[in-house]
Design a protein around this ligand. Structure first.
Ligand code: GAP
Length: 516
């Protein structure tokens, strides 16, 4: 499947099957804001639950929090967001389209990387089992030429970012002959900084005194509550606080579906550690979070770590977990060693001590923080991208196509569909009894309309792992057909066994057990 095509297909599929709708669609939509439909809301809830259980329940030293979206405006001065939460933007003078200058450069670099990957693919095809990838990468002239380009570009780009040198960022775009994706023109404006925070007014007072911000990250709600939680929960370092919730950013370029939105949800955890021990925990969280992603079995080769070209103002180490989306490898999660920056800043701006007394060391200090931060919507898109499959299938001698979402069973929006074969002969009555029992345990769907084949296709398309068909044999012997989504295999099982079989397969513990 061509990559661009598959993004379009995923967007269309999400709408057709009630996963994601454009916000305010009847008014022609609101750019980069989305609503989750009946299946989307279930999948989103299940991802959130898996994250929560993996972070909070599996770690005895992590607890949860739900802080408000609005915070005292000083919070954002202290955190550095008022002064430095900027993206470099550039406009194309011909198309009048606006872009993030850093992303234009990163995408250009990714294209060179794709050329290398293509050479490797060709090499594999040509040399088959004799192919030595390491040697190929070290000797092939095309690979070496392109790798040199990447290295030179990376060095130049990193230096420009570190120096906040906007002229140099523009010059890189000019020198690399990067063209506007819409007009193909290379007629660029200067690069300018653009602050991403949305502001609004609190209460009825006008003027700057009442200006407050919609939080651009959930993390600060954790920092300002860290002592409340530490004291009331009698937490001992190292310990963590986890939170999920909405965040808002006035993104310059909000494209690629729910990948980059203006209103989105984050799942963040701040882990408070002794100064000097942050690197040990940074490595721990890198490993743990990658394991969490891989547990979903969307393909281990679809993940990679990417070190930041420029560290954020608060970090002394930072890495992204990237996923191979239809538009290429992109960040899904960040792991950041944030030092004592945030707590020290809040201590300074609030005038309140935010130190921890370490009984083992018998001294007080401002803890260091390692953060894991993942976008729930981006994770949603990761799962859709990894799970969407178009398959040719042959049934009863006829070849057709089906679209199936191979979502991990524990996260699937609907766990089981209960399908009486016909509307007659008492089959719906038996099906209803089965449904009434199963719906106490998980999200089940009862469907009687259309042929059984059409109903199977509809359930495949939303990723339902099991379909139960009630037919005439059921009336005779209390057995039903249990159909498995991925293999499409059908087995005859007793009604009394259904709950046990389905529960075992859709249990979220199946995922959690892979993490311990
Ligand atoms: N507290 C750190 C922080 O917010 P970030 O790298 O800016 O770090 C963390 O964001 C995660 O939030 C990203 O890895 C991404 O998954 C998600 N995210 C950030 N901006 C987003 C946006 N505009 N739309 C959707 N998800 C976004």
């Amino acid at each position: 499947m061509a990559k661009d095509n598959s993004l379009k297909k995923i967007i269309a599929h999400s709408k057709e099957y009630g996963f994601i709708f454009q916000s305010s669609e009847i008014y022609d939509g609101l750019s980069a804001v989305y609503d989750y439909g009946q299946n989307g809301v279930e999948l989103k809830k299940n991802i959130r639950e898996y994250w929560w259980k993996a972070m909070v329940y599996l770690h005895e030293n992590i607890v949860g929090l739900d802080a408000a979206i609005f915070m005292h405006p000083k919070t954002w001065e202290a955190s550095g967001h008022v002064g430095a939460f900027n993206d470099p933007l550039i406009d194309n003078k011909d198309s009048k389209k606006r872009y993030r200058a850093d992303i234009l450069i990163e995408e250009y670099r990714e294209k060179i990387q794709q050329k290398i990957n293509k050479e490797v693919k060709k090499g594999k095809k040509r040399f088959k089992e004799n192919f030595d990838e390491t040697e190929f990468l070290a000797t092939n002239p095309n690979v070496l030429r392109n790798q040199k380009k990447i290295d030179e570009l990376t060095n130049r780009f990193q230096t420009a970012l570190e120096d906040d040198n906007l002229d140099e960022i523009r010059q890189i775009i000019i020198d690399c002959e990067i063209a506007c994706p819409v007009s193909g023109s290379k007629n660029w404006t200067d690069v300018r900084q653009f602050n991403l925070m949305f502001d609004t007014k609190l209460g009825s007072v006008t003027g700057d005194a009442s200006k407050i911000y919609l939080r651009p990250e959930t993390a600060q709600g954790i920092f300002v509550n860290y002592l409340n939680v530490q004291k009331t929960g009698r937490m001992k370092i190292p310990f963590g606080i986890a939170q999920t919730g909405k965040a808002f950013r006035n993104e310059i370029v909000a494209r690629q579906f729910v990948f980059r939105m203006r209103e989105f949800e984050q799942m963040e955890m701040q882990f408070f550690v002794r100064p000097g021990e942050e690197m040990k925990w940074y490595e721990y969280w890198k490993d743990f979070r990658l394991k969490w992603h891989k547990s979903l079995e969307l393909g281990d080769n679809k993940y990679r770590f990417h070190k930041h070209d420029k560290l954020a103002h608060y970090a002394n180490a930072a890495v992204d977990i990237e996923f191979d989306f239809p538009m290429g490898f992109k960040e899904v999660e960040g792991i950041h060693s944030r030092t004592d920056f945030d707590l020290s800043q809040h201590q300074k701006f609030s005038g309140k001590k935010l130190q921890y007394y370490d009984p083992e060391l018998q001294k007080s200090y401002v803890p260091y923080v390692v953060e894991t931060s993942i976008g729930l919507d981006r994770m949603f898109m990761t799962i859709l991208s990894g799970a969407y499959k178009e398959e040719k299938i042959t049934e009863k001698g006829k070849t057709t196509e089906r679209i199936v979402l191979g979502i991990p069973a524990a996260l699937a929006p609907v766990k089981v569909a209960v399908l009486p074969l016909t509307k007659k002969d008492g089959l719906p009555d038996v099906a209803r009894k089965i449904m009434d029992k199963l719906k106490l345990h998980f999200n089940a769907q009862y469907e009687v309309k259309d042929s059984i084949g059409k109903r199977y296709r509809r359930q495949d398309a939303i990723g339902t792992p099991f379909c139960i068909t009630i037919d005439h044999k059921t009336i005779e012997d209390n057995t039903v057909t249990l159909r498995h989504r991925d293999s499409m295999e059908q087995e005859r099982v007793s009604i009394s066994e259904l709950l046990k079989i389905v529960t075992e397969k859709v249990n979220i513990n199946n995922l959690l057990e892979k993490l311990i």
